[in-house]
Design a protein around this ligand. Structure first.
Ligand code: SAM
Ligand code: SF4
Ligand code: SF4
Length: 385
């Protein structure tokens, strides 16, 4: 990691309480029925990401820089958090409106006490067609070795583990709490042993910090059954001092991989998928299924808003329509004000039907880098990745 540049962490605009006005719906939820909703750009609602805590045991400089998230930072009080019962109430309505996949995130989701109890309740939900949900969780892996089996037993199907490199010195610096790589690798092993698969590993690539780890990470996970995904460092939130010159575009990343491996592009599994998939090829140029595949998440260099079907529920029950939104919709007030299930569903439908967010596409058309005009954007640790 470069220690020579001056500090450029930007003070936090606390946007946790800047809610958008709620759409008016009839109390009996008359708008709730009908076909599944699409937003203004024709995108359905399929994926719900639920942040279960705003706390974290890491201080990744690109997400929760220590200078901002220090001992004086005020996390949400327990009473502000959605209870498990409230999360399930909201999730049930989302599922009724088309959600098929739930991802638990944070902050660090494994810090939320008794998370298994929530997982068990969410795993019991069924789509209108009677299908179980695709249930997953994103974690930094620090507590995974201890919790993997309990998560699996509760009904979690798979996990995504974040790991920014195998170079212990660099990883300890990036998480900024001196946490070793070996413990995350133990967590991944425990998740494999518990049957939490297929496992994905997310690596955020910052040019000049950990880009030298791209090839070692590819070598390490090739043939392991684990899908390694490289994420472009994003200008999410407003505190990480993001700069375009620290982004390693996926085109450059794949070129680096091709210096050592033959790679073949794969078709997306489904619309709205965040990663472009690439397989390893054998000496004859055919797909080497034993070697597995990798993913590239090019949220900066190749905007993929066109079929973004993701909604995000913050720790305190605000609904966000985009990772880069400046405000959410306060579902918690609705819940705590005694709204019926129909009213809740009608409200979520009305919010989704007005959605026109497409930040990455708009950013791509900006004449200057976005941080030249610092944005008022919610932090990733608050709404999850
Ligand atoms: N604490 C968990 C973890 O790290 O996996 C879950 C929450 S974290 C906010 C979710 C994902 O967002 C992680 O994979 C993390 O690497 C990614 N992330 C955070 N800040 C990012 C940024 N500025 N650019 C790209 N990815 C980022
Ligand atoms: Fe914590 Fe995850 Fe953010 Fe790192 S990326 S600070 S582990 S929430
Ligand atoms: Fe979806 Fe917003 Fe990301 Fe576009 S920028 S892909 S709309 S979350």
């Amino acid at each position: 990691m470069s220690n020579t540049s001056p500090p450029r962490v930007i003070p936090l605009h606390d946007l946790r309480h800047s809610a958008h006005p709620m759409p008016a719906v009839e109390k009996n939820g008359a708008m709730a029925g009908g076909a599944l909703p699409s937003d203004r750009l024709g995108r359905p609602l399929r994926d719900l990401r639920i942040s279960v805590t705003d706390r974290c045991n890491f201080r990744c400089s690109y997400c929760m820089p220590k200078e901002v998230f220090d001992k004086d930072y005020r996390y949400l009080p327990q009473s502000a958090l959605l209870s498990f019962e409230e999360i399930v109430q909201v999730a049930r309505e989302f599922v009724g409106l088309g959600v098929q996949k739930i991802r638990l995130t944070g902050g660090e989701p494994l810090l939320r006490k008794n998370l298994e109890l929530l997982i068990a309740q969410l795993a019991a939900l069924r789509t209108p067609e009677g299908q179980p949900l695709d249930m997953t969780l994103t974690t930094n892996g620090a507590l995974l070795a201890r919790k993997a089996q309990a998560l699996r037993d509760a009904g979690l199907q798979r996990v995504t583990v974040s790991l920014d490199g195998l170079d212990d010195r660099v990883f300890r610096q990036m998480n900024d709490v001196d946490f070793p790589v070996s413990e995350v690798l133990k967590g991944i092993e425990a998740a494999q042993a518990a049957g939490l698969g297929p496992i994905k590993v997310n690596m955020v690539v910052k040019r000049g910090t950990n880009d030298h780890e791209v090839l070692p990470m590819a070598r390490h996970f090739r043939g392991s059954g684990i899908v390694l995904r490289f994420i472009e460092y994003m200008d999410v939130g407003a505190t990480n001092g993001w700069r375009m010159d620290e982004v390693l575009p996926s085109s450059e990343l794949i070129a680096r991989l091709k210096t050592e491996f033959s790679m073949l592009p794969l078709q997306a599994f489904a619309p709205g998928e965040t990663a472009q998939r690439w397989a390893y090829a054998d000496a004859d140029g055919r797909r080497d299924t034993q070697a597995g595949e990798i993913g590239l998440i090019s949220s900066v260099s190749q905007a993929f808003c066109g079929d973004c079907n993701r909604a995000r529920l913050s720790t305190e029950g605000q609904l966000y329509l985009c990772l880069f939104a400046s405000g959410g919709f306060d579902l918690r007030s609705l819940l705590r004000g005694g709204a019926s299930a129909q009213e809740l569903a009608a409200t979520i439908r009305a919010i989704w039907e007005r959605r026109d967010d497409r930040y990455s596409v708009l950013r791509a058309s900006l004449p200057t880098a976005p941080m030249a005009t610092p944005g008022r954007r919610v932090e990733m640790s608050y709404i999850g990745g």
